[in-house]
Design a protein around this ligand. Structure first.
Ligand code: F6R
Length: 241
């Protein structure tokens, strides 16, 4: 496990973007596992800057997103597909055929999960970008007695709905279900880059990385990954590392 302690969010974003840029520079056809949420926004901004200044090229990059709300399509501003277009894909030269996100509008759950499993099987992930939920979820793998290995359809935990309702008019508008990559697929990424910012993440980071492995804190399983990089700002890492 490698830990980078950033002084603040800006610095964290710079470090994370540098790591992803190094990956793409060394292997232009890298498969990037991507995530959404508040934390990676600054990283995507820095990647766009690197692209615009000619330092980075995405034309061979493959992007595979972790998750998507069930029932939301790419034209819905709350969807993760919309987020990715808005924060990254619309601003760099990634080939749209190389962009993969679970289709939130697919009502055939089995078909959609199978389709996404095939996408991941065909494109082994070189580096998986992750955030950590306040309850320790990674992707939308919520705390439970058992965790699913592959792509699945999941009921979001109350803590996740409570946290994510800030993006919706009210909590009733937050989708209660989602598609997500499974734990095995995340763990099979060659490298994992976990970002955490702000003091609200310190407690869950402590549980995930200073305690035993438990499916009640899905991020704790990352302790088993051979190539885990954690980039956190001082507030998030305080008392943890
Ligand atoms: C997003 C995702 C989630 C977030 C996590 C942290 O695609 O899979 O696991 O990474 O909820 O979200 P933020 O960054 O908003 O704190």
């Amino acid at each position: 496990m490698k830990i980078y302690k950033a002084k603040d969010y800006e610095h964290l974003s710079q470090i994370a973007a540098n790591i992803l840029a190094a990956q793409v520079t060394l292997k232009p056809d890298s498969v990037l596992g991507l995530s959404t949420g508040q934390t990676p926004i600054g990283t995507y901004k820095k990647l766009v800057e690197k692209y615009k200044s000619g330092d980075l090229c995405f034309n061979k990059v493959v992007g595979i997103n972790l998750d998507e709300y069930y029932g939301l399509g790419a034209d819905n501003p709350q969807s993760y597909a919309y987020f990715m277009n808005n924060n990254l894909f619309n601003h760099v030269n990634i080939n749209t055929e190389n962009v993969h996100i679970p289709n939130g509008l697919s009502q055939d759950i089995f078909a959609e999960c199978t389709r996404y499993d095939e996408v991941i099987a065909k494109n082994p992930i070189d580096i998986q970008l992750l955030g950590i939920g306040s309850n320790g979820h990674i992707g939308f793998n919520e705390p439970d007695a058992e965790l699913k290995l592959n792509t699945h359809y999941i009921t979001l935990a109350k803590a996740t709905i409570d946290t994510n309702k800030r993006y919706f008019k009210n909590e009733y508008e937050v989708p209660k279900m989602a598609y997500t990559m499974g734990i095995k697929q995340i763990m099979h990424a060659k490298k994992i880059l976990l970002l955490a910012s702000g003091e609200s993440k310190a407690e869950i980071l402590r549980k995930a990385f200073k305690g035993s492995l438990t499916t009640n804190v899905p991020a704790s399983l990352l302790q088993m990954h051979r190539n885990l990089i954690i980039v956190g700002d001082e507030a998030a890492l305080k008392g943890v590392f």
